[in-house]
Design a binder for this molecule. Structure first.
Ligand SMILES: [Zn+2]
Length: 497
């Protein structure tokens, strides 16, 4: 009996440990081996290493001259002149956007795109320091690392071009200079103008806090302003003569907050009031608010948006005002590509995570300490490659538009200390120094190596395109923009080089 009990306990323990082991295996995990280091790849990686001093300089120049959406004149110029010197044919002012460009090299199939972004965020100017210290008070700063983004994308395309030229490899490379990502505009207008048509695939990445390849999506979005017009009056003397434009906005917002309950739980609506009048004792005859409507996919956003428009109409009726909607931009949800993601991930394993030095880790930990965060430094590992836990993402991106026009791959490379917020001065600090440069080198190498795999393996490109077609489920790309909407361009400021 005693013996049996022990045996039973052992059996139970064995079963429990088996269960535990099974639990530890993530069912979403995708096993990918490191890519092979072929001789052409070896050359491309060596090219990036040799070019790093110049690339770091270019990175720091764009970081120093941080320019916000639609004003990236100097940043675009720095990147286009680099591409021209490297032998690319460059078209500027693409799709009516003065700071957009397309750099092309080679000819024939496949046609491989690279996305470059280079806009900064307002008010985030920061030195490469571990405490908040603006470089220029109130000026923009690269809080999303788009300086690294732009240079790494350009560098990877040039690295591939050098190898293609050396070995007579056929194919076309296209570097898309995409302005105004932070305002979710650039690629939407470029997509509407057909700039991304004819691509076999597109390679894109984003600097962040980890080294990974994501198969997740992002939310579809409509963003717009609503302007209400009323009639002014003395708020105490003769308010009955007044029609408050602010009432229009407030009633809209109350209506939207009631509407939420009757939308799918995936819907997200947010707003800010940009102009609510000047003084309480004057009935405002003008008011302005800015809205975001997001949901799982384009179809859902369009349905939500129709109901939001009804609420605005009702608010105008209730307040006796009139209104005008200024549609700004809209995007789709991102279509991930597993076949392409596997290639990029295998090359991320080949290249490895950025090897940050002791000094760089100390710099990162100092930032974490100053922000009251755990002093974990910068990641040195490559995250596992897996299917997403859910099929939607919280944010929205205009990269989604490209993913509907061609299979588009993802890549994330680390440059921000773990746990620090996005769009923050700490990201600006790290993107303008050696931490950012190491991130840049890894991103450029992984994308160049992946591109060489795509050039050498047409069967993989076919697989990516089949997967992409299946994910579209017969739906063709339709721009979320009204056909008559013109891009919100900003003229170059006088006195700027
Ligand atoms: Zn960004």
């Amino acid at each position: 009996m005693r013996k049996n009990a022990t045996f039973g306990t052992l059996l139970l323990l064995a079963a429990a440990s088996l269960l535990l082991a099974a639990k530890e295996v993530n069912p979403l995990l995708i096993k990918v081996k490191p890519a092979k280091l072929t001789p052409p790849k070896k050359e491309a990686l060596a090219w990036v290493d040799a070019a790093m001093p110049e690339l770091a300089k270019l990175n720091d120049e764009i970081w120093q001259n941080a320019e916000v959406a639609m004003e990236e004149y100097r940043s675009a110029e720095a990147l286009t002149s680099y591409l021209e010197r490297a032998g690319f044919r460059v078209e500027k002012g693409t799709a009516g956007l003065p700071t957009a460009f397309v750099g092309t090299y080679g000819s024939g199939q496949p046609v491989i795109g690279f996305l470059a972004e280079y806009d900064a965020l307002p008010g985030l100017s920061q030195e490469a320091a571990t405490v908040q210290k603006p470089l220029v008070m109130g000026a923009p700063g690269h809080g999303c690392g788009h300086n690294i983004f732009g240079v790494a994308s350009v560098a990877s395309a040039v690295a591939v071009k050098e190898v293609m030229a050396l070995h007579n490899i056929a194919g076309t490379l296209k570097v898309f200079g995409c302005p105004a990502e932070e305002t979710v505009e650039g690629k939407v207008f470029m997509a509407r103008a057909g700039v991304f048509d004819g691509l076999s695939l597109c390679i894109q990445w984003h600097p962040g806090d980890e080294n990974s390849v994501s198969l997740g999506s992002s939310n579809a979005l409509n963003q717009f302003e609503v302007e209400f017009f009323g009639r002014t009056a003395h708020s105490a003397g003769d308010p009955w003569h007044g029609r408050s434009a602010l009432d229009g906005i407030e009633l809209t917002d109350v209506g939207l907050n009631f509407l939420r309950e009757h939308l799918q739980p995936t819907a997200r609506i947010h707003y800010v009031i940009l102009d609510g009048g000047g003084a309480p004792n004057v009935v405002p005859d003008h008011a302005l608010a800015w809205y975001y409507v997001r949901d799982l996919d384009r179809e859902s956003v369009e349905k939500d948006y129709e109901r939001v428009l009804q609420v605005i109409e009702g608010a105008a009726k209730m307040s006796g005002t009139t209104y005008k909607i200024h549609f700004q931009s809209g995007v789709h949800e991102t279509l991930a590509n597993r076949a392409g993601g596997e290639v990029v991930y295998s090359n991320l394993l080949l290249v490895g995570a950025p090897a940050f030095s002791g000094d760089e880790q100390t710099f990162a930990k100092e930032i974490q300490k100053n922000l009251g965060l755990e002093e974990k430094g910068l990641t040195t590992k490559v995250e596992p490659f897996s299917l997403p836990e859910r099929s939607w993402g919280s944010g929205s991106t205009d990269v989604a538009e490209v993913s509907w026009l061609t299979p588009t791959t993802d890549l994330g490379v680390a440059f921000t200390p773990l746990g620090t917020p996005g769009h923050h001065w700490s990201a600006v600090a790290c993107s303008g120094m050696s931490i950012g440069h190491k991130c840049l080198a890894v991103a450029a190498k992984v994308m160049a190596a992946s591109c060489l795999d795509f050039l050498a393996q047409p069967e993989v490109v076919n697989k990516m395109r089949e997967e992409w077609a299946a994910r579209k489920k017969g739906r063709e790309y339709k721009s979320p923009l009204p056909s008559d909407l013109q891009p919100r361009t900003v003229p170059r400021k006088e006195g700027k080089a």
